[in-house]
Design a protein around this ligand. Structure first.
Ligand code: AHR
Length: 521
């Protein structure tokens, strides 16, 4: 793992170990794109209906049908982009069913997720209203699997045309005369599997056609920085099948003609040991704790291997690697609806979030966008709702603690990670990243993976004169501690200060904890 030196356990580590860490604030790297903190909201289980949309007549406080408590919580996260409507659902989605008067929307099946009825009440305008309310930006996935280039092309014209075409007039009649801004467009989703089981060659041809015809007509997005970026379906893991996928798409892109282009290649990688997922999200022991953390750290090698292929065809790194589905995928909670992917979110998930965000930051030259799966009530959610009640998960708190890393400049650091061993699994004991914001504050994110031993950090700071180091830390009584509607703050951040003396900073990290400190000059 980049930046980590894993080595054998020393006697000192078995006792009260100290972790040596060095930050040179005068050395800087690339920008940690705020889009790395993106979210994914699919029409799946209670992800949209109840999690976001309750309807204007609901007794749950809402604005135009979108629940106010969820909006306020997400606004506080400064979510940079939201990927919608799927996921597998994207390749079953026909946008026309989700526009126009609510009582005339065509209900359809949601065959991907529980075989329930999808009422299409939450459609294009409701999604755009939602991201507007939370202050975010749209990342739409067009239907390649069961849709046509014409359908995708017309959706884009409907969304973005400013001139009085039939589609622009229809949009205006539905309440939105001005064009929408669509900064990111996904061309399909997992078209190697739920999106049509295509070979890479077949998908490449689809990509060329869809990329050609999905035009953004918004005058404010014609060119330059505001141009809509197109993201191709990329690999779904590691190994020969996925190496071939990345090779074929990248090679095809390198040989592209003027008529099509793309800006990103997606990567999907869940923290899951095997499918169907067997590991429990709550009520697990240390063996499962260690195995899941081991699985999550595989993200680093996966990114490195696909980045190496991309480097061959794109040494200038024009194309981003977009990890637009990541997070922990556990066995569904007993008693939950099959296909709704309901799971709890423990302090282990807080560590998973931090470790993955750290990996993305270390690869920020290539990884410039990522979307955790998913936003509300599904998989490694930020937010869990039950009718009018809402709780913020440990993962939510980590995203909030990491806010200063959005668009900050990566500061390389060195540290001796040490080891945490359980059974035959050995992991780095500590992980860390650093970044500097525009005010000159250096931010340190420190994770202690060891569930039993505190870690004393002894850091040397150069390139700046630090005066204070304050921040927050998140831990919990047990490795599977969760927040519940009865006890919503069991896993929540608490203030923490480090001792700064001359060029030295010392702080003790609690077992199984995530800490973010602002080191101020
Ligand atoms: O996030 C759940 C599902 O996982 C998505 O719909 C699909 O793209 C992936 O397989």
């Amino acid at each position: 793992m980049a930046g980590l030196a894993v080595r054998g356990t020393t006697a000192q580590e078995r006792g009260a170990p100290a972790v040596a860490l060095a930050v040179d604030a005068s050395k800087t790297g690339v920008t940690i794109d705020r889009n790395l903190f993106g979210q994914f909201a699919e029409h799946l289980g209670k992800g949209i209906y109840e999690g976001v949309w309750v309807g204007p007549d609901s007794p749950i406080p809402n604005t135009r049908g979108i629940r106010n408590d969820v909006v306020a919580a997400l606004k506080a996260l400064r979510v940079p982009n939201v990927r919608w409507p799927g996921g597998c659902f994207a390749d079953d989605y026909h946008w026309r069913k989700g526009i126009g008067p609510a009582d005339r929307r065509a209900a359809q099946m949601n065959p991907d997720w529980g075989g329930v009825i999808e009422p299409n009440t939450f459609g294009t305008h409701e999604f755009m209203d939602f991201i507007d309310q939370i202050g975010s930006r749209a990342y739409l996935s067009v239907n390649v699997g069961s849709g046509t280039p014409q359908e995708a092309s017309e959706w884009l014209e409907y969304l973005t045309a400013s001139q009085p075409t039939a589609l622009q007039k229809e949009r205006a009649a539905n309440g939105r005369p001005e064009p929408y801004t669509i900064p990111y467009l996904g061309i399909g989703n997992e078209n190697w599997d739920c999106g049509g089981n295509m070979t890479p060659e077949h998908y490449l041809q689809q990509l060329k056609t869809f990329a050609r015809y999905t035009r953004n007509f918004n005058p404010a997005q014609r060119e330059g920085d505001t141009r809509m970026l197109k993201i191709a379906v990329g690999p779904g893991g590691g190994g020969p099948r996925w190496t071939e996928w990345t090779e074929v798409i990248m090679k095809g892109w390198k040989a592209r003609q003027w008529s099509w282009d793309m800006d990103g290649l997606s990567l999907h990688n869940y923290t899951v040991v095997s499918f169907p997922p067997k590991f429990a999200s709550v009520g697990f022991g240390e063996a499962d704790y260690a195995r899941i953390l081991q699985a999550t750290l595989e993200m680093d090698d996966l990114i490195a291997s696909h980045s190496a292929i991309m480097d061959k065809y794109d040494p200038e790194k024009k194309m981003a690697l977009v990890v637009d589905e990541w997070g922990a995928w556990y066995a569904p909670l007993p008693g939950s609806t099959p296909g709704f992917l309901v799971q709890q979110n423990s302090v282990r998930d807080a560590l998973i979030a931090a470790l993955n965000l750290n990996i993305f930051a270390r690869h920020a030259d290539r990884v410039r966008m990522a979307n955790i799966a998913q936003m509300t009530n599904v998989l490694q959610a930020m937010i869990i709702t039950d009718k009018e009640k809402m709780i913020l998960t440990p993962t939510y708190h980590v995203f909030k603690m990491y806010l200063p890393f959005q668009d900050a400049t990566f500061v390389p650091l060195t540290f001796d990670a040490g080891t945490y061993t359980h059974g035959d699994i050995t992991l780095p004991r500590v992980d860390a990243i650093a970044a500097r914001d525009t005010s000159g504050t250096v931010w340190l994110a420190l994770t202690n993976l060891d569930p039993a031993r505190p870690a004393e950090i002894s850091a040397t700071l150069s390139g700046m004169t630090a005066r204070t180091a304050t921040g927050e830390t998140l831990t919990a009584p047990a490795i599977d501690s969760v927040n519940t509607f009865e006890a919503p703050s069991t896993v929540s951040p608490k203030p923490l200060s480090a001792i700064v003396s001359g060029d030295r900073l010392t702080v003790t990290l609690a077992p199984k904890s995530v800490t973010v400190l602002a080191v101020r000059p």
